[in-house]
Unconditional design. Structure first.
Length: 206
């Protein structure tokens, strides 16, 4: 159980320092991941930016999600769900288009006039406040690879076992403080899981 996202950020920073892992820039995943990312960036005096991906719902099925939209609008569907659910292609792509618009809106809001950091040839630390299925962060990893990142490290306080085993093969290294057996929601591992508002992210990015 973590006290809050700030404490989790300091614990991640200490573990990164202990393991001697090297990285050039820190990317936080809004909303919750920006808080520990900001802590880590200040701890190591590294540049900070955001990276936005968003899951795509299964459009009426019981399964809550079947993929994600990457920061550049690319649709990423994990191998384990490809072909597992009937998908209305037209409705699916319409949903993805709406998500792209929202990603662009949020990116402009959080970054302001700042251009995105160039990840090509750089060592990236990707931070979230917790990982449940891993679909969304996998879309960000896919984007970073296509953008030419030299290496990718994921750092998160808590991660589901299945997501951890899947993501471990997609990145260069993972820092995870807790991999619990009973994982229902990221919020269950925090004493204080107060919602992170737009204003909080803008302040951290400022």
């Amino acid at each position: 159980m973590f006290l809050n996202r700030k404490q989790a950020g300091y614990l991640l920073a200490e573990e990164l320092e202990k393991q001697g892992l090297e990285f050039d820039i820190v990317l936080g995943i809004p909303r919750g991941g920006v808080v520990p990312a900001g802590i880590i960036a200040r701890y190591f005096n590294k540049e900070l930016d955001i990276i936005l991906s968003r899951r795509i719902g299964s459009l009426g099925l019981d399964e809550p999600m079947v993929g994600a939209v990457a920061p550049d609008g690319e649709i990423v569907i994990p191998e384990q769900v490809q072909g597992a659910f009937p998908i209305d292609t037209e409705a699916y792509h319409h949903s993805a288009q709406e998500i792209r618009k929202e990603l662009n809106r949020q990116t402009r809001l959080y970054r302001g006039n700042r251009p995105p950091l160039n990840v090509k040839g750089r060592r990236v630390l990707l931070v979230d406040d917790g990982i449940a299925t891993g679909y969304t962060i996998a879309a960000s990893v896919d984007y970073l690879k296509r953008s030419g990142a030299d290496s990718i490290i994921i750092a998160t306080p808590v991660c589901g076992r299945s997501a951890y085993e899947t993501l471990l093969n997609q990145v260069d290294h993972m820092i995870v403080l807790e991999i619990p057996t009973g994982f229902f929601a990221v919020s269950q591992f925090y004493q204080d899981f107060t919602a992170v508002e737009d204003e909080d992210i803008i302040s951290i990015m400022g």
